[in-house]
Design a protein around this ligand. Structure first.
Ligand SMILES: C[S@@+](CC[C@H](N)C(=O)[O-])C[C@H]1O[C@@H](n2cnc3c(N)ncnc32)[C@H](O)[C@@H]1O
Length: 317
C-alpha cells in the first residue's frame, strides 16, 4: 500500500501556495548561517506573527470547519503513524501541530494506558480537538507555539506529527524545544509533503485556474508552508542542528481518496486560490475550471483518487 522510490525534490520557486505560507526572506539553511543571524532574527519575528495570525484566523477556522472532510482525506495517515508507535515504549506521547486532533485521539484510543498531549498554535483547532476528546480521559490539548512553548523537560518518549512541522519559521528552534521535552532515546515520527511537482492533487487548483486569477503568492523553498519540508537534505540538517540522531527520511507514496461530493468543498476552502475565490468577479468561470481540473482524479467508484507523496521522518532523541 505504501511504497516509495522517489528522487530528491526540486526546490524551485512556484508561483502559488496551497496551505498557509509566509514569504521567507531566504532559505532557512542560509538563515542558520552565522552571517545571516541578523536577518534570521528579523525574519523570525515577522513570520511568527504571520503564522500565528494565519492559524488563528482564516486557515485555522477553515481547518476546524471542514475537519470531517480533512479527516476523510488524510485517513490513511492515521494508521501509518499509529503503526509506527510501538505499544511497549509509548507511555507519554506528544503530537506536534495536532490541529483538530485526529492523530492524538487515535493514539489515545489505541494506547489507553498512555498519556497523549496535542500541541497546536491555533485556538480554533485546539478548541475543536478538546471537544472531540471528551470521551477520552488520557488526552489533553495545549495551545502554544512548538518553537517556544514551555513543555515539561525529558517527558515524552514518543513524538508524532501529521503535517504539523512544516510551518515553523525557525524549525531548528522548534525541534530543539521538542528535543528538550523528549526522554533520552525518545522516538520522533513525522509526516511532511514532498515536492509540489510530485503532488499533482495538491497543486491541481493552481494548474486548473491559476491563469484566471490575480497572481498568487510565491512558494519559497524551505520557507514555512505546506511544502516547507520538501527538501530531504534540509530536513536532515534541521534535525541534526536540533540534536536529533538516527535520522531516517523515507519517501512514502500514500493512496488517498475523497468522495466526489467532497471535491467542491475541498477546492473552494483549501489553498491560496480558495482564499481569494469569494472576491473574484469571474468566480463562476474559475469554479468551472476548478471542477474540470479535478475531474482527472475521479474514478468509476465515485471517488477522487490521488497519491500523497510524502516523507516519513524518523529520528531518536
Ligand atoms: C496542516 S495542519 C495539520 C493539522 C493536524 N496535524 C492534522 O493532520 O490534521 C498544520 C497544523 O500545524 C499548526 N502549527 C503551525 N505552526 C505551529 C507552531 N509554531 N506551533 C504549533 N503548531 C503549529 C497549525 O495550527 C495546524 O493545526
Amino acid at each position: 500500500m505504501v511504497h516509495g522510490t522517489v528522487p530528491l525534490p526540486v526546490t524551485g520557486t512556484v508561483p502559488v501556495t496551497e496551505w498557509p505560507q509566509v514569504a521567507a526572506c531566504q532559505p532557512l539553511r542560509d538563515r542558520h548561517d552565522q552571517d545571516a543571524r541578523t536577518e534570521k532574527c528579523h525574519t523570525t519575528a515577522k513570520s511568527m506573527s504571520d503564522q500565528a495570525t494565519l492559524w488563528n484566523g482564516p486557515s485555522g477556522q477553515t481547518w476546524a470547519e471542514i475537519q470531517p472532510m480533512l479527516d476523510r482525506l488524510f485517513a490513511p495517515f492515521v494508521d501509518l503513524i499509529c503503526d509506527a508507535v510501538p505499544a511497549h515504549t509509548a507511555h507519554n506521547i506528544l503530537d506536534i501541530g495536532c490541529g483538530a486532533g485526529a492523530i492524538a485521539l487515535a493514539l489515545a484510543a489505541r494506547h489507553p494506558k498512555a498519556q497523549v498531549t496535542g500541541l497546536d498554535i491555533s485556538e480554533p483547532l485546539v478548541a475543536t480537538a478538546r471537544q472531540r476528546a471528551q470521551a477520552l480521559p488520557n488526552v489533553n490539548f495545549e495551545l502554544g507555539d512548538a518553537q517556544r512553548h514551555p513543555l515539561p523537560p525529558a517527558t515524552f518518549d514518543t513524538i508524532v506529527s501529521r503535517f504539523g512541522v512544516m510551518f515553523f519559521d525557525d524549525p531548528v528552534e522548534a525541534f530543539a524545544n521538542i528535543h528538550k521535552a523528549a526522554t533520552p532515546e525518545a522516538k520522533l515520527t513525522a509526516i511532511a509533503w514532498r515536492d509540489p511537482s510530485e503532488n499533482p492533487f495538491m497543486t491541481a487548483a493552481e494548474r486548473a485556474a491559476g491563469s484566471l486569477v490575480p497572481e498568487l503568492p510565491a512558494r519559497r523553498p524551505n520557507g514555512p508552508g505546506q511544502f516547507g519540508f520538501a527538501n530531504q537534505d534540509y530536513i536532515h540538517s534541521v534535525l541534526t542542528q536540533s540534536h536529533w540522531h538516527d535520522i531516517r527520511i523515507t519517501p512514502i507514496d500514500v493512496p488517498c481518496q475523497l468522495p466526489t461530493e467532497d471535491l467542491e468543498l475541498y477546492y473552494t476552502r483549501m489553498g491560496a486560490l480558495a482564499q481569494i475565490l469569494p472576491t473574484l468577479e469571474n468566480r463562476s468561470e474559475v469554479l468551472k475550471a476548478l471542477d474540470q481540473g479535478f475531474q482527472q482524479f475521479v474514478q468509476a467508484d465515485g471517488n477522487a483518487h490521488f497519491t500523497a507523496a510524502c516523507w516519513m521522518i524518523q529520528a531518536t532523541a
